[in-house]
Structure formats: structure tokens, C-alpha cells
Design a protein around this ligand. Sequence first.
Ligand SMILES: Nc1ncnc2c1ncn2[C@@H]1O[C@H](COP(=O)(O)OP(=O)(O)OP(=O)(O)O)[C@@H](O)[C@H]1O
Ligand SMILES: [Mg+2]
Length: 331
Amino acid sequence: MSALLRIEDVSVHFPVRKGVLQRQVAEVRAVDSVTLSLEKGEAFGLVGESGCGKTTLARTVLRLVDPTSGAIWFDGQNISGLRGKALAPYRRRVAAIFQDPFSSLNPRMTSGQTLREVLKVNGYPGDIPARVAELLTICGLAPRFAELYPHEMSGGQRQRVGIARALALDPELIVCDEAVSALDVSIQAQIINLLEELRVKFGLTYLFIGHDLSVVRHLCDRIAVMYLGRIMETGTSAELFDTPRHPYTRALIDAVPAPDPVGEEAREHVALKGEIPSPLDPPSGCVFHTRCPIAMDRCRAEVPGLTRLGGHHAAACFALETTAGTPAKKE
Ligand SMILES: Nc1ncnc2c1ncn2[C@@H]1O[C@H](COP(=O)(O)OP(=O)(O)OP(=O)(O)O)[C@@H](O)[C@H]1O
Ligand SMILES: [Mg+2]
């Protein structure tokens, strides 16, 4: 396996301007020094509380937002500096699925019209009506759905059309931003199963953003946990869920209701205190220190880097530096 997408030390800071002169008075640090690699064919999950920068990072990968610094590499090419026409080949190889297909699908166009338009605008060389029927079938919709408008379909069916549109040009990477969050739980499972099936069938790579940890865990091979624009911990789903090492990851996992209430009682709880600070004025040092149950003086002054913990596992926490080297204890 080799990296299809590499996000290299990417920061995205939005200027906040005021007054007639529109002078910059502050900046929102939406994404701060994020480095991630996605292997070809893997589903990579990105989780974290609202406002931590997930969508901003996704939009940066999609080249809808410019990174303030850092670079995005796709299949060996640095695409962060590309503009206009030079971006066209990249745009064909990367697609997106958003949370609410109601707002991302044109209400005045049938599914068929939406799909035909994507194919036409991008100069699809084959038989367009045949491709539309094929895309609908691939996504589990009968060809008659081509005639339906968004309001004539259920949420799950609309999301299937959203997926068909994403697949239209045979992309390699699909960025899924809260793609199932708006759906009922039973429908979520169907859409997740479809995404999994499509990944295998077409060798797709996913950057899957979600706030429901159980969904992300089910679909993703590896996961990164974000907090206030930074990566706190990353690892395989098993590494992260079975042996979370960062206090923030532990708190996030603890917030998920356990399916087994007996095991739940036996677990050590880490409750998060306080509110998430403003990205306009993030805390000094480790951005999590204001809510961390084990914060030390050093955490207020220095920014911890990601410490490798073996396997794919890494976490950004000074407490680990004192424990990471200790042998014997089972991780
Ligand atoms: N265009 C923009 N201009 C200024 N600030 C922005 C802009 N886009 C996002 N932000 C800010 O950046 C921060 C990160 O927002 P983002 O939407 O990336 O978070 P998120 O993790 O996707 O949240 P959610 O889970 O609610 O979708 C927020 O504080 C947000 O207000
Ligand atoms: Mg978002």
C-alpha cells in the first residue's frame, strides 16, 4: 500500500476583520499543523466535537479552502498550489458526499438530470443515459428513480443519489463529511453498508468525517481524533477504541453509551469539564489542557507532538512520555 493522500503540516487560519478598513483583528485557528496520510483503499475516519475543524480540513482537501500553510499531496503530486484549470484532473479524481443531500441536490432537478449534468459538464465519453442507470443501480436504486425529484424521495434514497453523483466520474478518493449523520439509525446502517461495499468494489479511499464514534469505528480502518484544530491521537480503530491513550480520546469514548451496562460500570470514567475554548483564542501549550483531568504545568507552556506508541498508534500528550517507555503493562 502507498499513500494516496498526504496532508502535510496543514494549517488553516481564517482572518477576522472589522471596521471600514476591514483591518484584521484576530484569526480563527480552524486547523493547526495537521499531518495525516491516507493509504490507497483505506477508510480513514476523522472525529471530534463540533467546531474542531473537520469540515475545514475536508474543504481544504477538496481545494475549496486554501491552506494558510502546509501542503496537500495526492498520488505524489502537490496539489495545494494548483489553481483554475490545473485543478481539473484532481477534481475528477476526488469527490465528496455531504451531510444533507437535500441542500446539496438541486430541488428542481430529477436524479437523472443531476447525474446527466455531472457527466456532461465533465465530458463523459460514454453513453450517458446508460451510465446514469448504472450509477443508480450501483447505489441500490431502481432506474425509475431517475425520474424523481429530491422531495419525492426519502432521506436514505436522496443520500444514495448523492453517492451516485460522487461516483459518476470514477473517483479514487471520496471525502464524506457527516454523510450519514442526518439519517435515521437503521438507514445509517444501510448507507454505511453501501459505502463499505463500494469501497471494496471500486478500490475507493475514504476520508470519513463523523461525530458518531460507533459509525466511524464500524467503517474505518484508521481514525484520527481532532480537538481545536489539532490531531490529539491517531491509530487503527482497535488501537483507538481498545487502548485510547489521550485523555481527550478517553473522554470521547466514555461519552458513547455502552451496549453492555455491566462493563460500563467497571470502566474508569473520564468526564470532560468545561466548554470547548474558542478557536479565536486557543489555550497556550496543549490546547486540551483547560479541560484535561491530568494536565501538568508543562502542558500550559509547550505544545506536545505526536508520540509514536507502536503500530499505527500515536498520541499528542506529555503524560505519555513518562509512561510510553514503560514495558510490561499491556496496552
Ligand atoms: N469561512 C470561515 N471563516 C471563518 N471561520 C470559519 C470559517 N469556516 C469555519 N470557520 C470556523 O472554524 C472552526 C472550525 O469549523 P469547522 O466547520 O471546520 O468545524 P467542524 O469540526 O466541521 O464542526 P461540526 O462538527 O459542527 O461540523 C469553527 O470555529 C468555525 O466557526
Ligand atoms: Mg463540519
